[in-house]
Write a protein that binds this ligand. Sequence first.
Ligand code: SAH
Ligand code: SF4
Ligand code: F3S
Length: 475
Amino acid sequence: MQIPNLTEAKKRSNQEIFIKTDEYIVKEDLKKLGIGKHYFVKTYGCQMNEHDGENIKAILEDMSFTECETMEEADVILLNTCAIRENAHNKVFGYLGRVKHLKESKPNVIAGICGCMAQEEVVVEEIMKKHKYLDFVFGTHNIHELPMILNHTIETKSQQIQVYSKEGDIIENIPVKRTSQYKAWVNIMYGCDKFCTYCIVPYTRGKQRSRRHEDIIAEVNELKKEGYQEVTLLGQNVNAYGKDLSEDYRMEHLLTDVANTGIARVRFVTSHPWDFTDEMIDVIAAYDNIMPYIHLPLQSGSSRILKLMGRRYTKESYLELAHKIKERIPNCAFTTDIIVGFPGETEADFEETLEVVNELKYDSAFTFIFSPRVGTPAAKMEDDTPLSIKEERLQILNNLVNQHALEANQKYLNKVVPVLLEGISEKNDQLLMGYTDTMKLVNVKADAKWLGKIVNVKITDVKTWSMDGEVVEEI
Ligand code: SAH
Ligand code: SF4
Ligand code: F3S
């Protein structure tokens, strides 16, 4: 039993991080554990967590479990959770009600949770007290231990909690079951050292640890060989890639080397404005296969609030960076994240956020009401803005963001743009769907033979969140 500890999670040690290429093993007898049995993994949260979900599925398949479509058919249920805001928590606890109910009628079903919520001391305490029917809990630092934990759960028939608050080494040999055959997520770094005052991620994901560039490039080359068209380089703060390594090899070098593999499309998330260098902008502008799309979280347009958030940029420096990118990368699409109702945010602060949004006219934005997270500095800041005012601000912001999103999309009408067709459209199964180079969702009238291809699509209609189009020709 190892339970998470907030004080430990806050610490940053200078201990060297090792790269381990044989840490993940499944013992011979465990390789057959899941024969004839099914698993169901439900993932919440960011792309990084989605990618962890792909690792977890592959590990369960190494133990001979087979994936099933619903929780009700499963022998092993795993919730891969997110802790970023209160509503992420609520979703998971709501779902746990269903799990509990199912376990009452099928007591042999094994259910566990993992992911960022599992790293939270308060959550694990609650699980131990109120959710005794859960069989196991493990964290973000020990996914590779899943076979052992699962086996232990089965053997002991007692609740297993195995969560480390200190990040571990980088484990390079964890398998992956990718969701798409055409586009792939590639971790380039783990953890985050920025400690923005509202954010739980530095506690749930540990200190920043960059993967070796050789390993990243090898993974991209392998994906290209397998026919993948697109990679998205993942990290909480990708622009800081390499800063924790001794070599002078940073994000601009990595982007160059990944682009030079010749894979058709390269994307990356998320960029923190603080570490965005001119060299990076030059590289993005120079390579056709680095997509002209940048997610640049603003959080707030008020320098005063940004300071309280610990973001280390100002309204002015953010705007300068955004304009520089727009100038050097023409047609670059911009999206952002914004928090309204941060403790102490006044009407005037909020107006400044609207000013920035009006000036930059984002292609779209993810907007949130501030959610206090236990253990973070902002959770202790005085907050006298009523929720109703915060909700009003969110509404005003969303209306503006939506208006700009529609205007940005309208510029695409009747244009021909490249789209990677990656699946069947959710709104109409006669259509395919995919994304433009600028990350616009398009529902496309196209023959199924174009699946997995980058094709020229003529945009025939635009809406706020998507567009319609038809294939003109393969590029
Ligand atoms: N690493 C990324 C963000 C990851 S979290 C970055 O630094 O940009 C994704 C988004 O969730 C954040 O950009 C922020 O807008 C939002 N978020 C994080 N913590 C939050 C909180 N406590 N309350 C509300 N929104 C939050
Ligand atoms: Fe959170 Fe800030 Fe790190 Fe992003 S950069 S994950 S917002 S602490
Ligand atoms: Fe959520 Fe953890 Fe990602 S808190 S946003 S799943 S890093």
